[in-house]
Design a protein. Sequence first.
Length: 470
Amino acid sequence: MLYAVVDIETTGGMPGNSRITEVCVVVTDGKNIKQRFETLLNPGVPIPSGITTLTGIDDAMVAAAPVFADIAQELHHLLHDKIFVAHNVNFDYSFIHREFEHLGLPFSVQKVCSAKAARKAFPGQRSYSLGNICAHLQIEIHNRHRAGGDADATATLLERIIAFAGEEILLEMAGRSSRQITLPPGIEWADIEKLPATPGVYYFLGNTGKPLYVGKAINLRKRVIQHFDRKRGKSALQLEQVKAIDFEETGSELMALLVEAEAIHRLWPAWNKAGKLPSNRYAIVHYPTAEGELRLQIARRSRGSAAGIPFSRLGDAKAALSKMISENGICASRAFSNKGCKDPTCYCQESAEARKGIHNARIEQALESHLKINEAFLILCRGRNEEETGVVYMRNGAVCGWGYADEIHANSDPEFLVKKIPDIASTRAIAGMFLRRMLAGTAYGYNLMSLEKEMVTSKESKKKKSTIKN
Ligand SMILES: [Zn+2]
């Protein structure tokens, strides 16, 4: 196993506000030094005098030094396939992670803290600061508080730990502090690093390039790594069949769900279980009392029942119900029972016949507007970049297609905005679920746009130009 022992100097303590002024990486196999990389960095911000006093690094020294972006490739190459070791590793790791992140480079490696490892290997010491543990072990530090001096000392400390306590404790710590990721033989970390941390759909491809598995994710990279986590993923034997990973960014969760459902339907990947439809376990239902007054209720829905307005999550049903009540001026007490309304301005104060009339009319109006999803409209969601918008075209409850567009108007012709996709039960169910979440106000970042009816059917409008992007 190769270890990249890292030490950095910074302009302060917080990776969010402070920058790196010096970095040193010492690569060791635990017995011998294999490589050494050391450089000052221009942090792009003034170095506080207190820090200069501690490290001896001042603004003049870093003025002509490279910036992080200049060394990012080399540093990434040095670190990406090794265990990252540092004294109080989270400090160094978070700064370096942050710098890569600024550049849009994903960075994730296993890490081990040499202070914690020293505590395991040499228990009973009062302090495990680098200075103290090195003094105890008679490791000399040249240039304390400079990246090179501290990294060299930490590398020597690591060698002592391994010599004294064995490499096992380090490997064990790496497995526990991060996760034990085992990539299949054909997959490399570089393949994983290509995956963006954005919503989308990923494909595990087998020998012949045939998809073995299709999955959706809010964060593609994180989700794929989970599959290779020894503790959580599929069996190693099965994963060995994965020869390549393909992916597609979708911008939004809704689009990821739709793309996944359509791909499963079309490709029949071996590992995907038969498409699970979102099950609607709750429904807003209405019923008349003996006096003929309408009441609303959230009911548990039995399998296959079509009654009421269905929801898969109780929270969505509750949110939708309270929205229906407030938006339609329904008395919140009378909606559920005929007791308890004390509001002197409420229609409850009217005569029995009059209040029943008002109350029932409002409930009917609420139900009707909620169920009115049988016309043509677009669901607009986040696109794959700032400029574009995701578009899902629905008509009469069916998903007719989806795509991405730079500009959408109420008179855009959906036939040109989207790629036509055959209507299938799973996409219909997914879109329906989202629609009800939107109506309940619990789907953030999604909007509805009704289409001008004539545009939907008009042949004339098809001559209009809108871009389709896929
Ligand atoms: Zn009332």
